[in-house]
Design a protein around this ligand. Structure first.
Ligand SMILES: Cc1ncc(COP(=O)(O)O)c(C=O)c1O
Length: 372
């Protein structure tokens, strides 16, 4: 089996986790503070808050910013569900703007037409590890007095105009699910430079407690969104190994780029753009027009039948059943997203992947296409 994704856990991570287990302090302990400090340093942000997932990190932001029914937040229809769920959790309305079919990120040119008197924020997603076009998005936020939020869950280590992903907007979030560049099992990190927002999110993360208040004094309707110390210890080791991990992922991506150029030249694969360094999260490819839809679906099934991990990354968000019900979107509303969603698939990608396995993946695809 060639897995779609795989974490890389060494003896160092195992030792760190065992040390926490032996310490007896499994929650609210020193490992959280250590991990947060290292993460704030890495991203150049003032505050870092470790949380139990990327999804809850996004929710802490929308909740702490006070989004509510009647508010609108503009975001991309080509993302993971959590990017819109954090808006819906607050009763606010996600408003989509179509993507740039080259970068697969929200197209700043499409945003302005979607702004209304109810718009509060733009939630930009760094899809597949490529930072959104922040210079243009920030200019729009300034012009229309909107808040910028960055969903950088997929982009740890990416760089945009010399700044790391996660350093844009009032707050940003990373996710550490095991398919990510680094993992804590489950987990996430919220980042901000805003003292007030950081304080509010710290309290909400910990059941609405205040730093000066007692354990059973709850000042707000809070949540338990805390990360356990075991996960933080794992995260600290993974973060210290990140430069090596990212370099290896880049090499694996470059191998795929070469293999596709040689064997599947009419496929479109992820690439880099000037002034931006992608952090390689997944390796997605777009099938040519003639294989769009069912051809792509059959290719996915074929790869899976050959024990090659493969997935439809991503379906168009606005056509997800629960969002059709909620937002009443129809096919045709965001045609560029729909085209990419009908053509995209993710193939095995992680930094332990061998060239031999990569060749097997691409040759299996090539063989299947030839037989069509
Ligand atoms: C763009 C994006 N946002 C949010 C999330 C949510 O992160 P988590 O799975 O840690 O809740 C993910 C996770 O894959 C993601 O890809």
């Amino acid at each position: 089996m060639i897995k779609l994704a795989s974490p890389d856990i060494t003896q160092r991570e195992i030792n760190a986790v065992v040390r926490v287990l032996r310490s007896g302090t499994l929650s609210l302990g020193p490992e959280i503070l250590k991990f947060e400090k290292a993460f704030a340093r890495y991203t150049g942000r003032k505050h870092a808050l470790a949380v139990s997932s990327g999804t809850v990190g996004l929710h802490l932001i929308t909740r702490a910013l006070g989004f509510k029914k009647g508010d609108e937040v503009i975001t991309s229809p080509y993302s993971f569900a959590a990017s819109v769920n954090c808006i819906l959790y607050q009763g606010a309305r996600p408003v989509f703007a179509d993507i740039d079919p080259q970068t697969l990120n929200i197209d700043p040119k499409k945003i302005e037409a979607r702004i209304t008197s109810r718009t509060r924020a733009i939630l930009a997603v760094d899809i597949f590890g490529l930072p959104a076009e922040f210079s243009k998005i920030r200019a729009l936020c300034k012009k229309h007095k909107l808040t910028l939020i960055e969903d950088s869950c997929e982009a740890l280590g990416a760089v945009y105009q010399k700044k790391r992903a996660g350093s844009f907007g009032i707050a940003s979030v990373f996710g550490f699910y095991p398919n990510k560049q680094m993992t804590t099992g489950e987990g996430g990190m919220v980042l901000t430079d805003d003292d007030g927002l950081a304080g509010a999110m710290r309290s909400l993360r910990n059941q609405g407690r205040h730093s000066m208040g007692g354990w059973l004094a709850h000042h707000d309707l809070g949540y338990n969104y805390r990360m356990p110390d075991i996960n933080a210890a794992l995260g600290s080791v993974q973060l210290s190994r990140l430069p090596g991990i990212l370099a290896r992922r880049k090499k694996v991506a470059q191998n795929y780029q070469k293999l596709f150029a040689r064997h599947l030249p009419d496929f479109t694969v992820l690439k880099d753009f000037p002034g931006v360094t992608r952090s390689w999260f997944v390796f997605a490819a777009l099938v040519p027009e003639r294989l769009k839809g069912s051809g792509r679906d059959n290719l996915i099934k074929h790869l899976q039948s050959k024990d090659i991990g493969c997935a439809h990354y991503f379906p168009a968000l606005h056509l997800q059943p629960y969002l059709v019900k909620e937002l009443k979107h129809r096919r045709g509303d965001f045609p560029l997203t729909e085209d990419v969603a009908d053509r995209s698939l993710a193939i095995p990608f992680h930094h332990l992947l061998t060239l031999k396995d990569q060749e097997r993946v691409v040759r299996t695809m090539e063989q299947f296409i030839k037989e069509q």
